[in-house]
Design a protein around this ligand. Structure first.
Ligand code: ZN
Length: 126
């Protein structure tokens, strides 16, 4: 897919047994990530668009869709980005995954939505 410069995908992961004491569900895990991000100093505004449960490779994953405005204007303009964040807990591989797909807001939102769907459908954790 060619969306150079407009689309960013970031995947982070870790061992699930290290976080299960704090986050027994992907909802709790996603809520924690979102509230941590809300306190970031470089953000002017963060707005939740959608929060839902979606299937990922047989798991119930939590989707958090939000828009952010950066705190520092560039050439007099505040930059806006839209992010779809997926929290997946995979007991089979003992790993949790956080998939973030973010785009500039001026990108057609249907393009971002279809890129996200492809990522969600093709992701294999175990
Ligand atoms: Zn899995």
């Amino acid at each position: 897919m060619e969306l150079a410069g407009t689309l960013r995908i970031l995947v982070s992961w870790g061992q699930i047994d290290r976080i299960l004491g704090r986050f027994s569900t992907t909802e709790a895990h996603a809520k924690h990530s979102f509230s941590k991000l809300s306190k970031a100093a470089d953000l002017k505004e963060i707005r939740l668009i959608e929060n839902s449960t979606v299937p990922v490779n047989g798991h119930d994953a939590t989707l958090t869709h939000f828009a952010v405005t950066s705190a520092y204007p560039v050439f007099g303009k505040y930059r806006n980005r839209e992010t779809r964040s997926l929290h997946v807990h995979c007991e089979e591989s003992n790993r949790f995954f956080i998939l973030n797909l973010s785009t500039r807001v001026n990108l057609q939102s249907s393009e971002a939505a279809s890129a996200f769907e492809k990522l969600r459908e093709s992701f294999v954790c175990h």
